[in-house]
Design a protein around this ligand. Structure first.
Ligand code: HEM
Length: 448
C-alpha cells in the first residue's frame, strides 16, 4: 500500500502560499492538469496538503462514504466561520437530523410559491434592460439570484433597506471565503481592509438574521417562504423536548441557504449565456421554446420542467462549468482509497470540473453540446454538479427551476452577444464564475 507522502505533488507549489497562485489565477487549467500525474495527487492550499481525487470512481467512493470522508478542509473551515455547523458544513453525526428538518422546505408543494419569486424577479431584470445596452451579465445575475434567495427565504416581509443590507453583506462574504481558504490563516488575521470588511459583514449579517428570526418566532404563520418551513420544522425522531431547529441553528441554516443557492445558480445561468452566444443555432432553438411557452401562459405559471431545451442547455453548462468546482473532505478515521492509506485528518479534494472534462467519459469534453443530454450518461460517477450521496445538494431542483425561468425570461426578450474586448475568464471564488462577461443585449425582432 502507498502512503500519502509518496503521492506525486503537483508542480508549481510556492513556500507558504502553496498552490494559491494557480488556484486563484488559472484554477481550471490547474485542476485539469492534475489527472496527468495520477488518480490521487497532492496539492497545497496555503500550508495544508490536500489529496486531490482525479478519478471518477474514486470520487464517487469519497462522496458515498460520507461517514469516513466527512465535511472538513479549508473551504469548510471558512464556511463554518460564516455559517457554523449548518446543513452544508456540519459533520456527519449532526447531518441526518438537520437534513430531515430542512427537507420539507424543498417539498414539491412549495415550488409554485418559489416559482413566483423566480419569475417575477427575473422578468424585472429582463425588462430593465434597454436595446443595445452592454450588461455585466455575471454581476446582474449575482444580484438577481441574491434577491431571489432573500425573497424566497423571507417572502416579502423585510423592509427594502434591510434586504439590501443583507445582499451587500452576503456579496462581501462570498467573495472572501475562497480567498481566505487558500491563503494562510496568518494573512487572514492581518488588519487589512479586505479582512476588516469581511469581519464587519459577517457580524452584521448574523445579527440581522438573529433579529429577523426573533420576530418570526413570535408568530407561527406560514409565509410560504423557506424561513417558515425551517422555523416550523419538526424532528420526527424527537420524543418530547426540543423538536425544532434552535435559534442558533436557524441562523446558520438561513445564512447557508442564502449563500449556497445564489452564486451557484447565477453562475449556471451566466455560463449558459456565455456558451449560447457562441452557438446562434442553439440560441434560436431556445428562443423558439421560450416563445412557445409564453404564448398563452405568463412566466409565473410556466412549469420549469417543461422547458426541455433550457434544461438541457443548463445541464450542459453545469457539466462544462460546474459552479461548485472544487470541494474538500476530511478523513474521519484511517482508511484506504485507490490503494493508498489515508490516515485520519487527511484532507481530500474533489472537483466536478475535473471529472466533467475527462475525455474517457465525454466525447469532445470541451465542446458545448446540449444534445448530449438527450440520453444522459449511464455511468453515475460521470456527472456530479450537485455532488452525490447523503451530502448531495438539497437545492438542486430549486436551483434548476430558478435557472430555467431566468434563462427563459432573458432569452424571450433579448439576444446576448459578446461585447467585452477581453476574453471571458473563470474566476475562482468558492463558486466558479465567468469574469468579464460583458454582453450587448439586442431586442428580439419578433415579439411573443
Ligand atoms: C445550480 C445551482 C447549484 C449547484 C451547482 C449546487 C451545488 C452543490 C454541491 C456540489 C453540493 C455538495 C457539496 C459537497 O459535496 O460538499 C451542494 C450542497 C448543498 N447545496 Fe447546492 N447547489 C446549487 C443550488 C443550491 C440551492 C438553490 C440551495 C438552497 C436554496 C443549495 C443549498 C445546498 C445545501 C444546503 C447543501 C448541503 C446539503 C447537505 O450536505 O445535506 N444549493 N450544492
Amino acid at each position: 500500500m502507498t502512503v500519502v507522502a509518496s503521492l506525486p505533488l503537483a508542480p508549481g507549489a510556492l513556500p507558504l502560499l502553496g498552490h494559491a497562485v494557480p488556484l486563484v489565477r488559472r484554477p481550471l487549467d490547474f485542476v485539469s492538469s492534475l489527472p496527468a500525474h495520477g488518480g490521487l495527487v497532492r496539492i497545497r492550499m496555503g500550508t495544508r496538503s490536500v489529496v486531490m481525487v482525479c478519478d471518477p470512481q474514486l470520487t464517487r467512493q469519497v462522496l458515498l462514504n460520507d461517514s469516513v470522508f466527512d465535511k472538513g478542509g479549508p473551504l469548510f473551515e471558512r464556511g463554518r466561520e460564516v455559517a457554523g455547523n449548518s446543513l452544508l458544513s456540519c459533520p456527519h453525526d449532526m447531518h441526518r437530523r438537520q437534513r430531515r428538518l430542512c427537507q420539507p422546505a424543498f417539498h414539491t408543494d412549495r415550488f409554485p410559491g418559489y416559482n413566483v419569486a423566480f419569475a417575477d424577479l427575473a422578468e424585472n431584470l429582463a425588462k430593465s434592460w434597454q436595446d443595445r445596452q452592454i450588461v455585466d451579465v455575471t454581476e446582474a445575475l449575482t444580484r438577481l439570484t441574491a434577491e431571489v434567495a432573500v425573497e424566497t427565504m423571507f417572502a416579502r416581509s423585510l423592509p427594502a433597506s434591510i434586504a439590501s443590507q443583507i445582499l451587500d453583506d452576503f456579496i462581501i462574504l462570498s467573495e472572501g471565503i475562497f480567498r481566505r481558504a487558500v491563503t494562510p490563516s496568518t494573512l487572514n488575521r492581518l488588519p487589512v481592509p479586505a479582512n476588516r470588511r469581511y469581519r464587519r459583514a459577517l457580524t452584521r449579517l448574523k445579527s440581522t438574521v438573529f433579529e429577523i428570526i426573533a420576530a418570526r418566532r413570535s408568530a407561527t404563520t406560514d409565509h410560504g417562504d423557506l424561513l417558515s418551513s425551517l422555523a416550523n420544522a419538526v424532528d420526527p425522531d424527537s420524543k418530547g423536548g426540543r423538536y425544532s431547529l434552535s435559534d442558533e441553528e436557524l441562523v446558520d441554516q438561513v445564512i447557508i441557504f442564502l449563500y449556497a443557492g445564489s452564486d451557484t445558480t447565477a453562475a449556471a445561468v451566466a455560463w449558459a449565456l456565455h456558451l449560447l452566444a457562441q452557438r446562434t443555432d442553439l440560441d434560436i432553438l431556445l428562443y423558439e421554446e421560450a416563445r412557445k411557452a409564453l404564448r398563452d401562459t405568463p412566466l409565473v405559471l410556466v412549469d420549469p420542467n417543461s422547458l426541455e431545451m433550457a434544461n438541457r442547455v443548463l445541464a450542459e453548462s453545469l457539466r462544462m462549468y460546474p459552479p461548485a468546482w472544487l470541494t474538500t473532505r476530511t478523513v474521519a478515521s484511517d482508511t484506504e482509497l485507490g490503494g493508498v492509506v489515508l490516515p485520519a485528518g487527511t484532507i481530500v479534494g474533489y472537483s466536478p470540473y475535473l471529472v466533467h472534462r475527462l475525455p474517457d467519459l465525454y466525447k469532445e469534453p470541451d465542446t458545448f453540446d446540449p444534445d448530449r443530454w438527450l440520453s444522459p450518461p449511464a455511468d453515475r460517477s460521470a456527472y456530479i454538479p450537485f455532488g452525490a450521496g447523503a451530502r448531495k445538494c438539497i437545492g438542486d431542483r430549486f436551483g434548476m427551476a430558478q435557472a430555467a425561468l431566468i434563462l427563459t425570461a432573458i432569452i424571450s426578450r433579448w439576444r446576448l452577444i459578446p461585447a467585452g474586448g477581453r476574453p471571458v475568464r473563470a474566476a475562482a471564488k468558492v463558486t466558479l464564475m465567468p469574469k468579464g462577461l460583458h454582453m450587448r443585449v439586442l431586442a428580439r425582432e419578433r415579439p411573443y
